[in-house]
Ligand binder design. Structure first.
Ligand SMILES: Cc1cc2nc3c(=O)[nH]c(=O)nc-3n(C[C@H](O)[C@H](O)[C@H](O)COP(=O)(O)OP(=O)(O)OC[C@H]3O[C@@H](n4cnc5c(N)ncnc54)[C@H](O)[C@@H]3O)c2cc1C
Length: 375
């Protein structure tokens, strides 16, 4: 019998647990530890902020869902991993102390390094969790004139909700007859092309921004905030009346002292999703060190690969699956201009870019599929 411990109850952890439960016999024990029993479907948080979804639509109870699949769930905080003694220290929660494992899947996501942006806590909105999305939504409701700024700090690696929020605000103001009273700006630490990793995608997105009179300011690395102004490293200031800013991301602090990460704290893995330099440990999702944006579909695919290889390892077989780094996303809230982009990072070819209402519908269907298959 093997004890498999999965850390993290997001896309990566949940999919790894489910696939392992499908592939391993009942004699093996699968346990998932996460600090919250709520799974959050993050791609829906822009719609939550703009009043198009309710909190109950974007999250579900993990314990119930996992137990139905014979996976134990522990609601607790992971503090420390000892890969040599093969145990995990749990700081507080339903259990405390050390949990032993035979095999580990690390899926703790990324950390928001808000401490790197002076004044972030006091002056910026973000929508990277349910509560913050709701409070940003309240600020949007009260906002009728002035300048709205949507931005990504250096290291943020999450462009989709930045653009979706800017488009959603433009649309809302248009519907309410207030668009002419508001200047909407998207500020980025880099260029559109390097944000999306593709020239054609950048051209399509720029045209969509222009069509909605949304200004795009590249190469502005915001590093401090006051009540109405964002300052950049080079001394520029951008004034705002409403600010939604994605802070820098860093790897999970639970992995930081193990010598398995790059300088931003992301874990080195090989294409089988095994952690380089450690036995019996796999890592999936936002915590790993792949290039480009950090996305849910990548976490899902990595979790499928890790589960297949971990099951093979337990049964004494060679790895059976390899991860290929691809990016797919839909930038919604543009109506008929909704953008779909697919890029395969392993080949040197332009991305596939499509536009149309269909992609907005497809994104919604994917959300419904998650809800139905997990509630
Ligand atoms: C607003 C928004 C919109 C997005 N839109 C899209 C989109 O359109 N398409 C797309 O593909 N992706 C999108 N993403 C990105 C996607 O949500 C992430 O890439 C995905 O959630 C990563 O999954 P993960 O399992 O690696 O990490 P997470 O989902 O972050 O899960 C990590 C889990 O670990 C738990 N955890 C962390 N630290 C600890 C600890 N110390 N102890 C115990 N538990 C801990 C957390 O509570 C969480 O359950 C969006 C993200 C946001 C925020």
């Amino acid at each position: 019998m093997a004890k498999v411990l999965i850390l993290g109850g997001g896309f990566g952890g949940v999919v790894a647990a489910e696939h392992l439960a499908d592939q391993l016999g009942d004699e093996h024990q699968i346990t998932l530890v996460s600090r919250s029993r709520q799974f959050v479907f993050y791609p829906a948080l822009v719609r939550l902020a703009f009043g198009k979804a309710e909190p109950a639509d974007v999250s579900f109870d993990l314990r119930h869902t996992l137990l139905n699949r014979r996976i134990n769930f522990i609601e607790a905080e992971v503090a420390h991993i000892d890969p040599f003694e093969r145990n995990v220290t749990i700081a507080h929660g339903e259990v405390e102390g050390k949990l032993p494992y035979d095999y580990l899947v690390f899926a703790l996501g990324r950390r928001l390094a808000t401490e790197r942006i002076t004044g972030f806590y006091e002056h910026a909105h973000h929508l990277l969790n349910v509560d913050k999305a709701i409070s940003f939504g309240k600020a949007v409701k009260k906002f009728h004139k002035g300048r709205a700024v949507f931005g990504q700090c250096a290291g943020a690696r999450l462009p989709v909700p930045v653009y979706e929020s800017a488009f959603a605000l433009a649309r809302k103001l248009e519907e309410e007859g207030e668009r002419e009273h508001v200047r909407i700006t998207v500020a980025s630490h880099t260029t559109l092309e390097s944000e999306l990793g593709d020239f054609a995608g950048a051209v399509t997105l720029k045209k969509a921004l222009d069509a909605q009179q949304i200004e795009y300011l590249p190469n502005l690395s915001i590093d401090s905030l006051t009540r109405n102004s964002a300052m950049t490293k080079s001394g520029d200031a951008i004034n705002f009346d409403l600010l939604m800013l994605v802070p820098p991301f860093r790897g999970s602090s639970a992995a930081s002292y193990l010598g398995i990460t790059d300088k931003e704290g992301y874990i080195h893995v090989d294409s089988t999703m095994r952690v380089a330099g450690l036995d019996r440990v796999y890592a999936v999702g936002d915590c790993t060190n792949f290039d480009g944006p950090k996305m849910g579909h990548m976490a899902v695919r990595q979790a499928e690969v890790a589960a297949a290889n971990l099951a093979a390892e337990i049964e004494g077989r060679a790895p059976v699956s390899h991860y290929r780094h691809e990016m797919r996303f839909v930038i919604d809230e543009i109506g008929a201009g909704t953008i779909y982009l697919h890029k395969d990072f392993s080949i040197n070819e332009a991305a596939t870019v499509r536009q149309g209402h269909f992609w907005s519908w497809a994104k919604r269907v994917q959300e419904k599929y998650w809800q139905v298959s997990h509630s």
